[in-house]
Design a protein around this ligand. Structure first.
Ligand SMILES: Nc1ncnc2c1ncn2[C@@H]1O[C@H](COP(=O)(O)OP(=O)(O)OP(=O)(O)O)[C@@H](O)[C@H]1O
Length: 265
């Protein structure tokens, strides 16, 4: 991974739940330095795809990152290989401070005997992460008192201190205010320059505003891939979203049709 851009290459990824293929032969090439968005109706297989890439469900095929095939690794090895994720619901330790949450997350790269040593001061990488996520002023507050958006930022900070080079984020802006969404998008743009970031998202405004590349999934497969304008102009995408799932993904069918016809913003 020393030359050129980092990337995660997924080939023929399949997740079979007792004969039901929730993910069905997915190919993806995810490049460092771009904000990739994964969209698609409910049940399309987006979260299951991320579950397979992070070792939470078994998948077949290939998910190559550097020297590793992620599909053959246990979850903690995948974290060590530099691949981290967030969940739809934040998984911070509510009773611990922001700083303690970050410090614990940073422990994945420390050896067991190092974890037992008394620690002086705050490691530089924890300070850097605090700066990046803008929670420096709240560092000593229990994570439980943070606003919803701040908890999502803390989770992203936890991935930063883990030195996750690939970040898989499941609906990071769900439930956020417009300002928080904007701040989150800008944060992802900043940290995404040197990382591979994949965002599962239903909020099409957010996708339009921040996506470099959009992959549309439907029924476990990749329906199409491209820029926001390209995927919105794709008739198959319109069919998927114009169908019964339109409301669920927050897409206004008339706006999609207008944009496809070149009338929209
Ligand atoms: N452990 C499981 N066992 C059986 N089926 C499952 C399991 N996990 C997910 N599924 C099914 O796999 C399909 C894909 O689900 P998944 O959650 O990946 O979709 P999604 O695109 O993330 O949807 P959403 O946008 O609603 O989160 C769904 O039909 C779901 O019911």
């Amino acid at each position: 991974m020393s030359r050129g851009r980092d990337y995660l290459e997924v080939r023929g990824l399949t997740v079979d739940f007792d004969g039901f293929k929730a993910v069905d032969g997915v190919d993806l090439t995810l490049l460092q330095g771009r904000l990739h968005f994964l969209i698609g109706p409910n049940g399309a297989g987006k979260t299951t795809l991320v579950d397979a890439l992070t070792g939470l469900v078994p998948g077949t095929g290939l998910a190559r990152y550097g020297a590793h095939d992620l599909l053959g690794l246990k979850p903690h090895r995948i974290v060590r290989a530099g691949v981290g994720r967030t969940f739809q619901t934040a998984t911070v330790f509510e009773e611990l401070s922001v700083l303690q949450n970050l410090d614990i997350a940073g422990g994945v790269h420390r050896r067991a005997w190092q974890l037992a040593l008394p620690r002086r001061g705050v490691p530089a990488y924890v300070d850097d992460a605090l700066d990046a996520i803008g929670l420096g002023d709240l560092r000593d507050r229990p994570a439980g008192v943070l606003a919803h958006g701040q908890k999502q930022w803390l989770e992203i900070g936890m991935l930063l201190v883990q030195d996750a080079r690939v970040m898989l984020l499941d609906e990071p802006v769900a439930g956020m205010s417009a300002e928080e969404r904007e701040a989150t998008g800008e944060l992802l743009q900043r940290i995404g320059r040197e990382r591979t970031i994949v965002v599962i998202e239903h909020d099409m405004e957010f996708v339009r505003r921040f996506a470099d590349t959009v992959t549309v999934m439907h029924a476990g497969r990749v329906l199409t891939e491209g820029t926001v304008a390209e995927v919105q102009a794709d008739e198959r995408v319109q069919e998927v979203y114009l169908g019964r799932t339109t409301d669920a993904v927050g897409v206004d069918p008339e706006a999609v049709a207008a944009e496809a016809a070149g009338e929209g913003a």
